[in-house]
Design a binder for this molecule. Structure first.
Ligand code: SF4
Length: 97
C-alpha cells in the first residue's frame, strides 16, 4: 500500500483515511497464544538473563526487513559466533541495558 493511500497530510487541511479491520475469534486466539504470549516468554527470559534474544529467530522475516534495529541484530548475529573478550561483553551489556 502506498503512503498516499493513508491520507494527504499537507496543509492547510490535512486528511487522514481510516480503515476498519475485522478478525474472527479464532484469528484473535491464534495471534494471542502463538505470537503475543510466546514473545512475552522470550522477553521475560531476556530480561532475567540480561542477554538479548537471539536475532532473527523469534519474528517474521517482514518484521526484520523493515525494522530500524536490523543493523544492530546483524552485528549481534555475527558476534555471537565470534569469541568476545570480557571487556567487550560488559560494554555490550551496558549498551543493551
Ligand atoms: S531486526 Fe528487528 S525484528 Fe528482527 S530480530 Fe532484530 S529487533 Fe527483532
Amino acid at each position: 500500500m502506498s503512503q498516499a493511500s493513508w491520507g494527504n497530510y499537507s496543509p492547510p487541511f490535512p486528511q487522514l483515511y481510516a480503515e476498519t479491520i475485522q478478525f474472527d475469534e479464532d484469528e484473535l486466539y491464534h495471534n494471542w497464544h502463538s505470537k503475543i504470549l510466546y514473545n512475552k516468554v522470550i522477553l521475560g527470559k531476556a530480561i532475567k538473563s540480561g542477554t538479548p534474544p537471539e536475532p532473527f529467530k523469534n519474528c517474521y522475516d517482514w518484521e526484520c526487513k523493515y525494522c530500524r534495529y536490523n543493523l544492530v541484530c546483524q552485528t549481534l548475529a555475527r558476534t555471537s559466533t565470534t569469541e568476545m573478550s570480557e571487556e567487550q561483553i560488559e560494554e555490550d551489556k551496558k549498551l543493551w541495558n
